[in-house]
Design a protein around this ligand. Sequence first.
Ligand SMILES: NC(=O)c1ccc[n+]([C@@H]2O[C@H](COP(=O)([O-])OP(=O)(O)OC[C@H]3O[C@@H](n4cnc5c(N)ncnc54)[C@H](O)[C@@H]3O)[C@@H](O)[C@H]2O)c1
Length: 371
Amino acid sequence: MKVGIPKELKNNENRVAVTPAGALELTKLQHEVYIQRGAGAGSGFPDEAYEKAGAILLPDTESVYNIAEMIVKVKEPIAEEYNLIRKDQLLFTYFHFASSEDLTRAMLKSGSVCLAYETVEASDRSLPLLIPMSEVAGRMSIQEGAKYLERPAGGKGILLGGVAGVKPANVLVLGGGVVGTQAAKMAAGLGANVSIMDINLNRLRYLEDIMPANVDTVMSSEYNIRELIGNIDLVIGGVLIPGGKAPSLITRDMLRLMKPGTVMVDVAIDQGGCFETSRPTTHQDPVFMVDDIVHYCVTNMPGAVPFTSTLALTNATLPYVLMLANLGWKEACRRNEALGKGLNIINGTIVYKEVAEAWKLDYVEMSAFLA
Ligand SMILES: NC(=O)c1ccc[n+]([C@@H]2O[C@H](COP(=O)([O-])OP(=O)(O)OC[C@H]3O[C@@H](n4cnc5c(N)ncnc54)[C@H](O)[C@@H]3O)[C@@H](O)[C@H]2O)c1
């Protein structure tokens, strides 16, 4: 199959969808890999590394879309790319259709087949192509929190781990899923006192078993949050209600219970945020203050560490890319149910219910196309 990897055009997006290692796996199987010059540079992969792996370098986005049967990307196509996508072309990337009607309509019009990373779903309901980015964001939340706790950055001026004779910082992690687990682990590793909250008792039992002694598990409730919050230096928000907006667990009035310079990192901001006072920010301007509390609310945290994020993402996507290249989308989705769940649009028809519902458009069961 002819596999095309364009350079990401979205602002500040430095990840690339296939590494030289992935390109080599594809060319070994006799697939043709076409990559836009400079596509891997932001993640530390020079053009020569792709050439060595047998890929063919192309000068611009247009030539990649022109030749490829399958386009593998990281972020959804942006408006300049819409007209380059053609009928029957397979696109494998993050789409998040439910958040953009323009994108949905453009992809319907293109007649392409859109397989979305974010809806690939394993039989245990986990989302294998979202987990790696949550792992990155969870670990990064502590790094960012530690930075903004420094006095010149607006924080209290407290070192997470303390030193001999001086108490470490207190960290509260809301949500004990992928983000929360990674955050708690990092904070504990730096020596902080960590409390992790979830509403799922089984999850708390598991965390209690695997976490080091400086991590306490606490049932999540407004009462318990209010009890703890006055002594907390860093709050990490990592809750998720699948398919819904995150609940506001820290309300505006609770900010008054906290000490000035406390830092709150709202990782769940991409689902609306779990602090009432959160609003989305960017890597250029990541923080703002409300009532002397530092808010960090960057929606695409993994974008700041493309060297790590690209590898984490492609480790998870490559097996699916190989399956698609070897079998074509129809057969690959027939054989692999998890991958099949990634189908959102097929040749001008929406086959993912939530996307159709989001824009009040027609929907056809995906199975009709796989028969
Ligand atoms: N900002 C970014 O760059 C970025 C990157 C990756 C993920 N995220 C977001 O981070 C959030 C968390 O992702 P995840 O992969 O950890 O999800 P997850 O499903 O693994 O974990 C969410 C956890 O929240 C818990 N929860 C639900 N309601 C709760 C409540 N009221 N109190 C406490 N816990 C509650 C759930 O029981 C679950 O354990 C998502 O919104 C995700 O989109 C953001």
